[in-house]
Ligand binder design. Sequence first.
Ligand SMILES: Nc1ncnc2c1ncn2[C@@H]1O[C@H](COP(=O)(O)OP(=O)(O)OP(=O)(O)O)[C@@H](O)[C@H]1O
Length: 255
Amino acid sequence: MSGQPMVKAENVHKSFGRLEVLRGIDLEVRQGEVCCVIGPSGSGKSTFLRCINHLEKVNAGRIWVDGDLIGYRERGGKLYELREKDVAAQRRGIGMVFQRFNLFPHMTVLENVMEAPLRVRGESKAEVRERALRLLDRVGLSAKVDTYPGQCSGGQQQRVAIARALAMRPKLMLFDEPTSALDPELVGEVLDVMKDLAAEGMTMIVVTHEIGFAREVGDSLVFMDGGVVVESGGPRDVIANPRHERTRSFLKKVL
Ligand SMILES: Nc1ncnc2c1ncn2[C@@H]1O[C@H](COP(=O)(O)OP(=O)(O)OP(=O)(O)O)[C@@H](O)[C@H]1O
């Protein structure tokens, strides 16, 4: 395992107007680690994920992904914001899966997975197509490649969204409550795909309410509340022996 963390966040602050949402987040995620993030609604989990790929700009603090400072260039102790095309290049290395799948409804499943690589890379259509088909096979959707998102279940659409993110060959995957919008019977099929990804060594940060998944698949568990990391550690440890009262009372509600 390399010495450099895949993700390093240092004293990250983010406010929306007067609302201070992140109040000094520190976090390190190693290469190949599955880091699960839990916490009450409004604690800043989504905002933190969005800061990692610069969908939100931090007000203070820094985030590095694979050694790259996200959104900024540092020179002479000062930070300069990167140009949009450089931010876009950084984002290509970071796959994100949202609660709502946001697929293009007028494109087939296969076209959805091919869209981004065709738009940004100099690969041939045949290469992109082959990779997209392989990824759709991997998420169990070979039979659905020529259908439209509207003809797929929520679980299938979310698996397409995962394949779409993987099509950019990310080094890091961010999941923002990927199963919260699904009917309960469809949750397992999405979690299984994520489990496989984890087993293949993908570095993942997963905001989730699925405590079972965090316990079983997570290498680390982070409990956020009020815009700070209240505690973190091995998932089984944090779940069985929370050190803080806030973690204890949150877990009591969700377990
Ligand atoms: N673009 C925005 N503008 C203003 N307020 C925002 C914005 N994005 C998030 N917020 C506010 O920031 C706070 C934290 O939101 P965030 O979505 O990060 O929390 P969360 O922990 O992910 O919650 P949940 O579990 O409900 O998704 C909330 O009060 C939310 O209303």
